[in-house]
Design a binder for this molecule. Structure first.
Ligand code: FES
Ligand SMILES: [Fe+2]
Length: 455
């Protein structure tokens, strides 16, 4: 498949190059047909003309490559923490601004910072067999590796021997990870040390903490519970992805400086749709300019409701969204999209897209706390394989524009434990009550100290 696409790419480049040549050649002919006196000009133009042909051919190849990428390759949009959602003051870099906002911002009275539940650590396709990666989750360092049999494991990253990081230079051997420092080997399935190359005996207590993990819908997830309890529910599998009917079409990644609960609360905050997300996506993500007159004629309209599910799925809730687009007040039905966003636990949302013409797909939205007030949010797009990739890529890009407007709010806001609400905001309180099930007595809270970590 990849080979075929490469051939296509080269063919497109050659075709465009030839097209350019023919054009120049044809121009030359019409000039020489004009009369004998032009031939000196033609001769003088010889060298620059062939140069021009080369440049044009080169540009054509680049253009063809870009077009190919746009049409066929998955979208990858990875933002650094200071990239989105800050207003830089004069003379300050984006990173300086972000750090200053982080230091000065009022924190407010926060709920616990790490709820109990499943959280994404990596997308499946980012971890090859025999590969190990270091990931920061919930204030911890973990080593995520894929055993030779294909199974992914998550262990605490620090070796119990002298504390080397297993994920930095460690080797995967069978279903074990070997420490880069003295070569102790730890089994993925339970974290037990199974071999110390220079010792006669492996002590019983030599082991690292193993995180319960699972791999489903193209994601590697870990279970966190503050009391070390086993998973209380499972992550639903979408058969269309497992069976390959819906395929990977791209991902975005953002880092947000806010408490985790702020992000899912958005789903129950129905009023913000009609304000923050109504200006068309062409008016961008900087909230100072999103209400500009230029794009006033394009508007998104939203109809939405939010409700929790009942037993045995009380850890789930659903948001039903109907999106439509109006141009000069006229409804444009081609961009009507129905979305059911099913939140599963504190950190996962599955957004099912259904379009009467462009088919179906799933956008997986994951929030993983990296630090108490730093969230990694990923969106991974899977879509019907028979729909041109440009369609899901467009959906993903549009979603990320709307999302980046929220990021600007989150990065600068304070958590308000006692908000002043009106009747129309009632779903927000319902959401807070629903979300509180993910905290328990021993859930970690933010220790009041100013972190001095800079980007
Ligand atoms: S620190 Fe890991 S084997 Fe010594
Ligand atoms: Fe939003």
């Amino acid at each position: 498949n990849m080979d075929f696409h490469n051939v296509l790419k080269v063919a497109a480049g050659v075709a465009l190059g030839l097209g350019a040549c023919t054009l120049v050649d044809w121009q030359g002919r019409t000039q020489s047909a004009g009369g004998r006196h032009l031939s000196w000009k033609q001769a003088a133009l010889g060298v620059p003309a062939s140069l021009l042909i080369c440049i044009l051919a080169g540009l054509s190849v680049i253009a063809a490559h870009r077009l190919y990428e746009l049409l066929f390759c998955p979208l990858e949009l990875l933002r650094a923490p200071e990239d989105v959602g800050y207003i830089a003051e004069d003379g300050r870099s984006k990173a300086q601004t972000a750090n200053q906002v982080r230091r000065r911002r009022k924190i407010g009275e926060l709920p616990p910072v790490y709820p109990n539940g499943w959280f994404r650590v990596l997308d499946s396709h980012l971890l090859e067999r025999g590969e190990v990666k270091n990931v920061s989750v919930l204030g911890e360092q973990v080593a995520v590796f894929r055993a030779q049999n294909g199974k992914a494991h998550v262990l605490d990253a620090y070796c119990p021997h002298l504390g080397a990081n297993l994920a930095v230079g460690g080797r995967v051997l069978g279903d074990c990870i070997e420490c880069p420092f003295h070569g102790w080997q730890f089994r993925g399935g339970d974290g037990k040390c199974v071999k110390i190359p220079y010792a006669e005996k492996v002590p019983e207590f030599a082991k690292v903490r193993r995180w319960p993990s699972c791999e489903v819908n193209g994601l590697i997830l870990v279970w966190f519970h503050c009391d070390g309890k086993d998973p209380e529910w499972t992550v639903p599998e979408y058969e269309e992805i497992t069976q390959g009917k819906w395929v990977y079409r791209g991902r975005t990644e953002h880092f947000i400086n806010a408490h985790i609960e702020e992000i899912p609360e958005n789903a129950a905050d129905l009023a913000h749709l009609g304000h923050l997300h109504t200006p068309s996506m062409t008016s961008g993500v900087d909230l100072r300019y999103t209400n500009s007159k230029t794009w006033e004629f394009l508007r998104h309209d939203w109809k939405a409701r939010w409700e929790p599910e009942s037993e045995p799925n009380k850890h789930c809730s659903q948001m039903f969204v109907e999106h439509s687009l109006t141009v000069f007040g006229l409804h444009c039905p081609l961009l009507d999209v129905d979305v059911v966003a099913r939140q599963v636990g504190p950190g996962l949302v599955f957004l099912l897209f259904n379009h009467y013409y462009f088919g179906r797909g799933l956008l997986v939205h994951c929030v993983t706390p990296v630090e108490p007030l730093l969230q990694c949010v990923s969106h991974t797009m899977f879509y019907q394989s028979n729909v041109p990739p440009v369609v899901p890529k467009f959906i993903l890009r549009s979603e990320s524009i709307q999302f980046e407007r929220d990021v600007m709010i989150w990065n600068n806001k304070k958590y308000n434990p006692k908000p002043v609400l009106v009747k129309e905001d009632s779903a927000i309180q319902k959401h807070r009550r629903w979300y509180s099930q993910f905290y328990s007595e021993n859930s970690p809270r933010l220790k009041l100290q100013h972190d001095s970590l800079d980007f």
